[in-house]
Write a protein of this length. Structure first.
Length: 413
């Protein structure tokens, strides 16, 4: 069920697409565009009205090879970029975030014409030691709980926020890391209790919402030697996947997590705190000499070959319905999508950059393009996120410069 055709451009935007995924049933797809933009389509999709607001666009994909735009949610509160989005378990609501404390919530029903509403995740500030957590709160990652009642967010204030949607109230603001929390996810789609957080402090921590009030994690994973960019749960309460700026992806088993006491006694973060070099993934290349085996690595499998640079590149398990989650995959700075078997052997390497072309009209010397990977035609491609259709053999990716979607499907045999 791995797609085998050459990628084709589906939609082009004048600005970067941050993220996008299919609904669990595959009937619609959402896309978050970083700034003002109008899409240009490679098929019969209609040109939408230009706007200065960030926008979340929803497409009817009930016919997987004939997409139709049906709704746009305007997000006027965004700052600099949209950072993440997530669908509620019943697929009725879409949450989306930016580099500020307000999360937008929009209905996915095409007949619901109401404006999105916002939730302020910095509410409940109290005088004293927690004030520094709430000032200037920026959200990097947002997820619904399995029962749809709560949101969990990872922030630029080194904190994890758990928010009760119905009560419009934050339940926890936990400073659980020593650096930005770039990614959060729940372990099980059916449970609101066990969640994970991935940080620039190179660790993944396990939390139980029933006992996280004291700020102590329930467990920890170590093994990455640079910051985490993304984590994804298989949804079975056991396995998770992570991407890191050390140019690796890792598979983890909850049963192998360090306990809090083991994590503290081993001083497991010392190897990354005391490294002898400085690396900034936003503009530097990662050299071979910078990689080293973490002495306390408790991961199951390590996947390498892709490039996790310039942006928080995402990784995922393949869908359970069509592939039984037998693959893992990631976008990459070099313009490819990498698909691995679970034993870390490469199953496919998809050349997305070959599908890009000059549709922007911008000069090649545009400063915004200089840090991006250039293909043979001089145009840049950087795959940040990839959605795998839950039932059809189709991958859809989001990239920068040109910005939009490509798709690849399996040829019928």
């Amino acid at each position: 069920m791995i797609p085998t055709t050459k990628p084709e451009m589906v939609i082009h935007y004048d600005d970067p697409v941050c993220c996008g995924q299919f609904s669990d049933d595959g009937n619609f797809f959402y896309a978050c565009v970083k700034a003002s933009s109008s899409p240009r389509t490679a098929s019969a999709l209609r040109l939408l009205t230009h706007s200065q607001d960030f926008r979340v666009r929803l497409y009817d994909t009930s016919s997987p090879y004939n997409w139709k735009h049906y709704k746009t949610a305007i997000y006027p509160f965004g700052q600099w970029t949209m950072t993440d989005a997530d669908l509620s378990p019943d697929n009725k609501w879409l949450a989306f975030s930016s580099l500020q404390p307000h999360v937008g919530i929009a209905a996915t029903d095409p007949n619901d014409t109401g404006d999105p509403y916002t939730l302020d995740l910095s509410d409940g500030a109290t005088a004293g030691r927690n004030d520094y957590i709430l000032r200037g709160l920026t959200i990097f990652s947002i997820r619904f709980s399995g029962d749809g009642r709560h949101l969990v967010a990872g922030t630029g204030n080194n904190s994890i926020v758990v928010y009760d949607i119905e009560r419009r109230k934050s339940l926890h603001h936990i400073r659980g890391h020593s650096d930005d929390v770039n990614a959060v996810c729940f372990a099980d789609k059916m449970s609101p209790h066990i969640l994970y957080s991935g940080s620039d402090d190179c660790t993944i921590k396990v939390w139980d919402t029933r006992s996280m009030g004291d700020g102590r994690e329930a467990g920890a994973f170590v093994g990455h030697t640079e910051g985490l960019t993304y984590i994804d749960s298989k949804g079975d309460g056991r396995y998770i996947l992570s991407n890191s700026k050390d140019q690796s992806m890792k598979l983890w088993d909850l049963r192998m997590a360090m306990s809090t006491s083991q994590f503290q006694e081993s001083d497991a973060t010392a190897p990354t705190r005391n490294r002898a070099y400085e690396y900034d993934y936003r503009w530097q290349d990662y050299e071979d000499y910078q990689w080293f085996q973490h002495p306390h690595d408790n991961s199951l499998v390590t996947f390498r070959g892709h490039k996790v640079q310039r942006t928080l590149i995402r990784c995922h398990f393949s869908p359970p319905n069509s592939t039984n989650s037998h693959y893992v995959y990631s976008g990459s700075y070099d313009g490819f999508v990498y698909v691995w078997n679970l034993d870390a052997t490469l199953a496919a390497k998809i050349d997305v950059k070959s599908a890009t072309r000059d549709v922007t009209g911008r000069p090649r010397s545009d400063r915004r393009h200089r840090m991006h990977y250039r293909n043979a035609n001089g145009w840049e491609s950087m795959v940040r996120d990839v959605g795998w259709h839950p039932n059809a053999p189709m991958l859809v990716g989001k990239w920068s410069a040109p910005r939009g979607f490509w798709r690849e499907r399996r040829e019928p045999s």
